[in-house]
Design a protein around this ligand. Structure first.
Ligand code: BES
Ligand code: ZN
Ligand code: ZN
Length: 464
């Protein structure tokens, strides 16, 4: 897809954001939020997108409005679109960038397995008096990373295996000059990453621990590690998931896919800081070689874990990834992203992701980055009682709590990770509700993989 900046519109399809009460006098259109209108004038099509009253205009509203507009253009089979951002007194550069995000995110389609390819956005012309090339390039590269993450999540689980995720990382590393280290199953065993090994041992697609290093500032000691849960398919293991829960479980590598998207974006934008991406990739399979409930495994940290349920596997692979990352890379901050618990959907549906942290500033910075990107977070507590409930009678820790089944399950998942993080400033983001949209597309949020977290974390990282 090509993007151009221009002072005047050249394409016959125009997307025009319109505020309510703006004297625009469009018949049967008042400019309310979510309202759209398509009007033909001869060959040309004008697509009006309502953005509501001027006082309520926000990045969030504009992003969605333009996404709806671009979807109307594509339905009308128009692949060359001018986005009119000039002559709007209520628009500043930040809001204008959200409009561009709306166009780039809203035009995403996963069509690889469709025999008849859909119409895609080919040329986007931005009509603006103030935005410059660099700002538009930055927005484009971040949105391309979001769409890349979506593609990875949408791909078949039998294709997007741990090995394939490692290949994706290597390709990014070569293209963007980042060092990529991949631990294969032999190295995972040799390094005593016992929890990753346990989760991955039942599959013909063996596990990988993937590390991508971006060094943008040699003088700076600070190094932020972004970790992702990369369960390429979560069958539940011996605690097999039932029909109705298992069908979407290719989404369980979304945390890892988000890390790949973030590193793609960081490697392209090249900020003056150090970031390390870590992906714990494994297939949680069922079968005679899969790990068993009741067994005890030794983690990389040395702590032993009683497996109460093989479906609580994400916390296991992440625990080892956290310990290994701390040991070998000494990060100053750790942020992990994981489709960790169904419980986060009980709490928030697909509207908000769960935020957990041992550090108020990290939590606040992430919260604010999410408010800005429109990927909202809400913090839940990590009180001592939750950690207590993870003590095992037969080993050091259990991977389920002693609370009633399902009680505080998202907090328990986070409390388990905290045992391995210890005193490093850390936040955990549970994206089980937000990373995958099982319903239909909602403006810039497509059906299936949503890419949730890429813009949020890139925002956060660029501000550090
Ligand atoms: N991958 C799932 C969580 C999940 C559920 C992600 C739905 C996306 C959509 C995770 O591994 C899991 O199975 N969690 C269990 C934990 C339980 C056994 C303690 C859960 O949340 O039910
Ligand atoms: Zn599971
Ligand atoms: Zn899982």
């Amino acid at each position: 897809m090509k993007i151009n900046l221009s002072k005047t519109a050249h394409f016959q399809t125009q997307i025009i954001p319109i505020a309510q009460n703006s004297n625009s006098k469009i018949v049967d259109f008042s400019g309310k939020k979510t309202e759209t209108a398509l009007r033909y004038e001869g060959e040309s099509a004008k697509i009006y997108c309502g953005v509501g009253e001027q006082k309520d205009i926000s990045s969030r509203v504009l992003r969605s409005a333009v996404a709806r507009g671009v979807q109307i253009a594509l339905e009308a089979k128009r692949s060359q679109v001018s986005l009119i951002l000039s002559d709007k007194e209520w628009l500043n550069d930040e809001l204008a960038s959200s409009c561009i995000e709306g166009a780039l995110l809203g035009s995403y389609k996963f069509s690889k397995y469709k025999s008849e390819p859909p119409v895609l956005l080919q040329d986007l012309e931005i009509i603006t008096e103030t935005l410059n090339e660099n700002e538009v390039k930055k927005t484009k590269s971040i949105c391309e990373a979001v769409n890349y993450t979506r593609d990875l999540v949408n791909e078949n689980a039998s294709t997007m295996t741990p090995e394939q995720m490692a290949k994706e990382a290597k390709t990014l590393g070569e293209e963007l000059s980042m060092k990529v280290t991949v631990l294969d199953e032999k190295e995972i065993e040799h390094q005593k990453l016992g929890l990753i090994q346990a989760v991955g041992q039942g599959s013909v697609y063996p596990p990988r621990l993937i590390i991508i290093e971006y060094n943008g500032n040699q003088k700076e000691e600070q190094k932020i590690a972004i970790l992702g849960k990369g369960i390429t398919f979560d069958s539940g293991g011996q605690n097999l998931k039932p029909s109705g829960s298992i069908e979407t479980m290719r989404e369980d590598m979304a945390g890892g896919a988000t890390v790949l998207g973030i590193m793609k974006s960081i490697g392209t934008l090249k900020p003056n800081s150090n970031v390390i991406g870590v992906i714990a990739a494994a297939h949680n399979a069922i079968g005679s070689t899969a790990f068993f409930p009741g067994d005890i495994y030794r983690s990389y940290s040395g702590k032993t874990v009683e497996i109460c349920n093989t479906d609580a596997e994400g916390r296991l692979v992440l625990a080892d990834a956290i310990s290994y990352c701390k040991d070998k890379y000494s990060p100053s901050t750790i942020v992990d992203l994981a489709t960790l618990t169904g419980g986060v959907m009980v709490a928030f549906a697909d509207v908000v992701a769960g935020l957990f942290s041992n550090h108020d500033k990290v939590a606040q910075d992430l919260f604010e980055a999410g408010e800005q990107s429109g990927e909202r977070l809400w913090r839940l507590p990590l009180y001592q009682e939750y950690s207590e409930s993870l003590k095992s009678d037969i080993s050091d820790l259990r991977n389920l709590s002693k609370f009633k089944r399902g009680h505080a399950s998202s907090i328990i998942g986070a409390a388990f990770l905290k045992e391995f993080v210890e005193d490093v400033p850390w936040a955990h983001i549970d994206i089980a509700g937000t990373a995958f949209n099982e319903g239909s597309a909602k403006a810039e949020i497509p059906q299936f993989g949503t890419g949730f977290g890429v813009r949020l974390l890139v925002n956060y990282l660029l501000k550090q």
